[in-house]
Design a protein around this ligand. Structure first.
Ligand code: UD1
Length: 375
């Protein structure tokens, strides 16, 4: 009999990661594994959600809970209640969770309350900053999971420090979770989709190179207006001093903050090109031609590495420490001077190395195989 896997997504980065595993389930494991996808509705704009289902050919979710935006506690509470109902109805053998969003933690709490085993993809990442909701989401989810699929050796180490040890036998039980170093499903996607044609708008941006790609969406960068203003001034300064255009696709949260603040005046700068949230194919195309990436996104830090682009991290710390240790990225927080100097240094650096930190592009296959062998 086929095993049933309930995949929970809700926010843009999860939908993108789910594309990699869903593709492998459909193409290679459909005889033995049935996947049911549930969307919490945490992200709801077309450009933050449906666009990716269409473009990356992800099977439509069986249900969307339409939870939408709310403060963290209310959002979690609504998601847990909704997902608990879904788990009762679908009776899965395993619940598959991605990353560190509120949808991830809600899925973990609903599944563990129902006694259903959890597989966590992107297990073991730590920023050691518990002021970030994402850090708490990933710690709690890891400690409730039965299968922990860690993308890097650092993630394996972080789990071991917390008492979650690698098991050579890979024989999970509720008391003894199984940890595997499997590589990164986002790398699977980058390899699979990198040749796709971008929109005309993005083709025009690429033709008008040189440019840098920037994103800002973390609450600690958007919700304090003086921090947001400083980041924008930093981007403009980087553009002026390096002669690059800065391409800035705006997350809805960032856009909402700017509409109500004088910071919007700064956006009249000719150095900055604002765009709506981009499709995955557009992002991949820009990444392959950008001189530098400046971002507070976890995913984009890695994607810039996949395409051998240096990165300036607009956060006070990162989970992807190997990028910093190897010199491919610099952690700058929202320090304007540091951002500008780091951007100049990074585009001038000639001897960066790009080791294989994130696997062989087959992480999704590995994950499906391990779950099926031990569920
Ligand atoms: C979430 C994740 C973060 C991930 C990011 C990617 C959590 C705690 N954070 O943060 O780890 O990197 O997604 O985007 O889960 N909004 C819209 N339309 C949308 C989506 C969001 O307008 O389609 C706005 C809402 O006004 C809301 C904010 O953006 O205030 C969303 O907040 P949240 O649900 O925490 O998501 P992100 O900030 O995107």
């Amino acid at each position: 009999m086929r095993k049933k896997m309930l995949t929970i997504v809700g926010a843009r980065p999860q939908i993108i990661k789910a594309a990699a595993v869903s593709r492998v389930v459909t193409n290679e494991f459909s005889d033995s594994l049935e996947e049911v996808i549930i969307h919490t509705g945490q992200h709801y704009d077309h450009g933050m959600s449906q666009l990716f289902f269409d473009e990356m050919e992800i099977p439509a979710p069986s249900k969307n809970l339409h939870i939408g935006s709310a403060d963290r506690a209310s959002q979690l509470a609504s998601m847990i209640a909704g997902l608990s109902e879904v788990i009762k109805e679908t009776k899965p053998d395993v619940v598959l969770l991605y990353g560190d969003t509120n949808s991830t933690l809600a899925g973990a709490l609903a599944a563990s309350s129902a006694g259903v085993k959890i597989a966590h993809v992107e297990a073991g990442l730590r920023s050691f900053n518990k002021a970030m909701p994402e850090e708490n989401n990933r710690i709690l989810t890891d400690h409730l999971s039965t299968w922990l699929f860690a993308p890097t050796s650092q993630a394996i180490h972080n789990l071991a420090v917390e008492g979650i040890k690698n098991d050579a036998q890979f024989a999970p039980s509720p008391d003894h979770p199984a940890v595997a170093h499997c590589g990164d499903v986002m790398f699977d996607n980058a390899i699979y989709f990198k040749g796709k044609t971008p929109t005309h708008e993005v083709q025009n941006v690429i033709q008008a190179a040189p440019f840098m790609l920037a994103t800002i969406h973390r609450d600690h960068n958007t919700d304090d207006i003086s921090t947001l203003r400083r980041l924008i001034e930093s981007l403009i300064q980087v553009g002026v001093e390096t002669g690059h255009r800065i391409i800035l696709p705006l997350h809805p949260r960032t856009k909402a903050r700017l509409n109500f603040d004088t910071a919007s005046a700064l956006f009249k700068s000719p150095e900055i090109k604002l765009m709506d949230p981009l499709s995955y194919f557009d992002m991949l195309a820009l990444l392959q031609h950008a001189s530098l990436v400046l971002t507070d996104s976890g995913g984009l830090q890695k994607e810039s590495f996949f395409f051998k682009r240096p990165c300036v991290i607009l956060r006070p710390q990162t989970e992807w420490v190997e990028l910093v240790e190897n010199g491919n990225a610099i952690v700058c927080g929202s320090d304007k001077e540091l951002i500008v100097q780091s951007a100049k240094k990074m585009i001038a650096s000639e001897n960066l190395s790009w080791p294989n930190f994130y696997g062989d592009g087959k992480a999704s296959h590995f994950i499906c195989e391990k779950i099926l062998a031990t569920v």
